[in-house]
Design a protein around this ligand. Sequence first.
Ligand code: GLC
Length: 732
Amino acid sequence: MRKITIIALSLLFATTLFAQKKTKTPLYKDSKQPIEKRVNDLISRMTLEEKVLQLNQLTLGRNDNANNMADPVNDIPAGIGSLIYFSSNPDLRNQVQKKAMEHSRLGIPILFGYDVIHGYRTMYPISLAQACSWNPKLVEEACSVAAQEARMSGVDWTFSPMIDVARDARWGRVSEGYGEDPYTNSVFCVASVKGYQGDDLSNPKKIAACLKHYIGYGASEAGRDYVYTEISRQTLWDTYMPPYQAGVEAGVATLMSSFNDINGTPGTANQYILREILKERWQHDGFVVSDWGAIQQLRSQGVAADKKEAAFKAFTAGVEMDMMNDCYNKHLAELVEEGKVPQALVDDAVKRILRLKFRLGLFETPYTPASTEKERFLLPQSLQIAEQLAEESIVMLKNEGSTLPLTNISKIAVVGPMAKSNWHLLGSWRAQGKSDDAVTLFAGLENEFKNKVQLSYAQGCNFDGEDRSGFESVLTLAKGADAVIVCLGEKAQWSGENASRSTLSLPQIQEDLVAELKKAGKPIILLLSSGRPLELVRLEKQSDAMLQIWQPGIAGGNPIAGILSGRINPSGKLSITFPYSTGQIPIYYNHRQSARPHQGKYQDIPSTPLYEFGHGLSYTTFEYSDITLSADKINRGDKLIAEVTVKNTGDMDGAETVHWFVRDPVSTISRPIKELKFFDKLMIRKGETKVFRFEIDPIRDLGFVDGEGKRFLESGEYWVMVKDKKVSLTIN
Ligand code: GLC
């Protein structure tokens, strides 16, 4: 009897379910249902072929990524998971999306991704510069604007933020991250994720973010790109993992697996980082997309014999989506049918992608609403943020004898290849940025000094080459001026992807131009635009003042001129060390102590950098009190308050960033001589005093991680440091 009842009930349930499916809207299309239910319902309806298609990303529109040239993809399958979208308006996207919604069996929307790295159309300073602002709130606002411009143009997902800690500036991609420090990259990672994603991905002005390049890409040997990286487990955990852990904890939707070979196992086939840590230990419920071609490149890295083996290794390691490798679409179904890849693994991967599509609201709103460029781009608020971020990113490296600000002068000679360039100010990864949107350095000077100072201009020389024919005329110009502003730097294409350089020096012709101008005997102010730290030891000797303006995006011209005139007080501080020479590389602030700190130096050059991490001058002066602690002996579970009082002792208001460092002078494993654990930036009016406070959580801020990522805090003495101030405390 009991058996009959069970059979009857099961039949009834199956019939109801079938009837439901037959007549009612499928559950996955019911936006009132919980996302997980919709994901499970949809996946239960999908064929293996439909599932595999979701795991692939192709490109749509004119591919503008010069490093990844690929033939235009014409016959895009209606069931494709994702497309990289290169157009700047939603029309083409909506056309292809319509094909997916109306001509695929289940109507699964396509996810459109793109490299929105430092702005979409409103181009902000490069990320390395943004970090020098020490203003994560402002960076969050910039990312929020980038998200709005991108989403309204048909992009749902950005391959950003790039958070690769980098200590070798010969590597061109140092420009794309937030510098040499793990904590700095962590803070700006979280700010970017919040700016891009907000707290609701279905918001039509937010986009999904993507942490990249997971992991250790910044350790590329000798600064060459795409190469081997030797990363001990200890360094993996204390240097490269923290920004990714912070981003995952902040709820980032996706990550991108890296090209580099990590101690013999490429990031894109690395089970440990992709599955054991990211999915199992951190419980990330989003997905990993490969970098462009990184799966099929496992062949050239010698860990896969062919694309099928590459597909197997990447997929089983934990890469859910294949970006332009032509591997998953060709071999994954076969691997499942051969029993080499479990169907359950495919289902888990597809669910992760569907989950994001549901969270983005793409099933309800697959099409991007129409809008004009005026409604999308370069809005007044966006431009204001661009100008503010450019201003706060600029670092005054040198100001001998208060050469700056330029007051009481009537003639300025403006010289150099960067003076009237707009193109190079945007740097690499310029998305839909247009160089005509940029305010050039010369235009900024005209805006600032018009009707006050007579500006004269001559280019003098090119960025590189041997043509010195312009030297004579610039020298004449300089002799007739009260001061000379020399605009130098790197071409945009000298940094970014696939842009390694053997030296941080600028080309000789630029250094020779300054040496020639020096003969005029007038104050020389250098404006330096670059995507990396430069070797400035010779230029430093020839100049009276130097501003590192990085690649400031479209709105650098006016704030830079404002700093030169004294209207603006510079507040930027370096997020990366400027070596004395390229020969010092790698050189970074948070190094471990040598066995013989007073020996082992270079014989031919100093062993200290030219400009340290955190260096940056102001027009005013700040006086720091000693550090006070709420206690000098605490138990491991206690909290601690550290404070320092800063007084503006100069005659100009100024924003000051206080960097809080810690050190464990004696530990089970040697620890860096100092580690940044907090920072704060406050405006301090002239004559005013402000208290900066660091609420120390000993485990988080004084503890350390071992080679398995386990955080530990040992009893004993610890130091808390700000500038040259230091206090010690004891953990019982
Ligand atoms: C590139 C880059 C990566 C970018 C991707 C898509 O090769 O390594 O940062 O997001 O391809 O353009």
